[in-house]
Design a protein around this ligand. Sequence first.
Ligand code: NAP
Length: 485
Amino acid sequence: MDVTALSVFENRCLINGQWIGTGETASGQRIDVTNPATGELLSSVPVLSEAQIHESVLTAQAAQVLWKKYSPQQRADILKKWFNLMHEHKDELATLLTLEQGKPLKESRGEITYAASYLEWYAEEGKRAYGDIIPSADSSEVLVFKEPVGVCAAITPWNFPAGMITRKVAPALAAGCTMILKPASETPLTALALAKLATEAGVPAGVLNVVTGSSTLIGKILTESPVVKKLSFTGSTPIGAKLMEQSAPTIKKLSLELGGNAPVLVFNDCNLEQAVQQVLDCKFRNAGQTCVCANRIYIQSGIYDEFLEKLAQKVSQLKVGNGLDESTTVGPLINAKATLKVQEQIDDALAKGAELVTGTAVQQPGNWCVPTVLKNVSQDMLCAKEETFGPLAPVFVFETEDEAVQYANDTEFGLASYVFTQDLNRFIRVSRALEYGMVGVNTGILSNEAAPFGGVKASGLGREGAKYGLEDYLEIKYVCVGNIT
Ligand code: NAP
């Protein structure tokens, strides 16, 4: 498909309101962007030079002086216009997203709606960056102002090419910060399309800059720069740790949304039909490539066989194919390496005693993966320890609540977790006991703009969404008015 025919298409970087293409880059090099379903070359994006990346930082610094003086209402008007433009171009954006990322069109449309919702939410929330006046013990007045952090950088992954961008850019801009954004090299076109709509909405030059090229070089410049006051990163835990280390000398504020290893605890007292459907949605959305995907599915012994039978039946009906085909429910994985990781986990589990329930022991070559369910899985298997990021559902059995919680917490990660029960006391007890930033109760889908998304332990720092997402882009300034007579 010819992506250049899409009106939102853009394959140049954005610095200081100028679109920078190959002709303007020092190297003249570009990064190819391919369709993971077909291998077809869609387009390419520039490899920016060191000087250009530095320029994006200085540009964001100059723009911030002006942007922070915009009133919250003025900033809100621009963000709302951007929100409206995303909805006007929803179908085109979804097509572009499916082309470069692979997920089914229905999911891409859902992601565009989800991504746009952060623009609307923070357009409003920016108006409510309340400070405080605190009663003092002496004759002074204690005033607390909330001020923008300043120039911010964002580095985003390929699994949600639109959502991961607005979740960062919307609160940053609403707070009065400016931003340099580096999208994933696999999916930069959605980011550039969003930036194109942002400029159309009236985001002033330099307030949002989008850079592409060498991730190590861009990461180094953005983390080492004393001008950049905050880095928001979504991606893998090892890269997050590396960026944290690089940010230490400049004492940067950090938001890190990192890897997960989500447990699902399904108790005998659950609504079984509901639990099976929710686990299916949670596990196989985006072909299992979400950080909040069900990674380990623990079923209480009383319903183990019935749950497995119902889950296997639904999984066998999933349709793997090109996301542009409306009947597809599971698209390709992002690349062949991702398929090999799933294969490695299946091989390891089968060698250690797991059994195949549905799917296949040998995955298809290339970027394709058959949705697979394994039973008799145990904690010593790779699929229990590592994030799968593919359509493999390993199902474990447990007897008691304590045992289930112990299994669930037996990981260095702490992003999302899920509980299925109809027992009110159990839902409170287990939610409290789970060492996770998020708990879904009787649901497999928990992210939305009104909720604080984020993890604990090796899953990261900070929250995105809700009022908490705005606070991550605000500094507290205490003003002491003393000797009042
Ligand atoms: P990744 O390899 O860590 O890449 C993420 C981003 O970091 C990409 O833009 C990548 O750029 C960039 N990057 C890679 N190496 C870098 C370096 N040395 N310096 C600076 N930037 C660097 O992760 P991924 O495979 O794309 O994404 C999957 C991971 O993200 C999973 O672990 C998933 O759980 C996690 N995730 C977490 C959340 C959350 O909210 N917690 C949400 C979504 C995904 P290039 O593409 O140019 O290499």
